[in-house]
Design a protein around this ligand. Structure first.
Ligand SMILES: [Zn+2]
Ligand SMILES: [Zn+2]
Length: 134
């Protein structure tokens, strides 16, 4: 019984460490990342972490409300921390990276015909990032 209990504790601790590593990666990179990218960066913090664990940890972090999914049409889902609040994204057509935009756009409601109610919106800008444009 005791062995079992200790085993549970260590699994819990390991999971926490992996989740913390993923959160640290997202914070440091400061842009939405693919699970494969999260895995590459997380390996530097937890050298033994596997891709399956990264997927599992992302799922748990989403359930905890700490991570959310960023969907760019035609692209695999990316993930980012939820602490930033409402913002939008820029997709670089060249290097395929997705960057955060700091603000929203004012006056969106004015675009909608009278009598319509806006519940939410998505804005994605496309182009070349500074590195690719230069
Ligand atoms: Zn780029
Ligand atoms: Zn907005």
């Amino acid at each position: 019984m005791l062995t079992e209990h200790l085993c549970e504790v260590s699994t819990e601790r390991r999971t926490t460490r992996q989740k913390e590593a993923i959160k640290a990666v997202l914070k440091e990179q400061d842009r939405p990342l693919l699970p494969e990218e999260i895995h590459q960066f997380a390996l530097k913090l937890v050298p033994t972490v596997g891709i399956a664990t990264v997927y599992r940890s992302i799922k748990t972090l989403i359930e905890d409300g700490q991570v959310c999914c960023v969907e760019i049409p035609g692209q695999s889902p990316r993930y980012e921390g939820t602490e930033k609040g409402h913002h939008h994204h820029f997709h670089c057509r060249e290097c395929q990276q997705v960057f955060d935009l700091q603000k929203c756009v004012e006056g969106l409601r004015k675009l909608v015909p009278s009598g319509f109610q806006v519940t939410d919106h998505e804005i994605i800008l496309y182009g070349l990032c500074k590195k690719c444009a230069g």
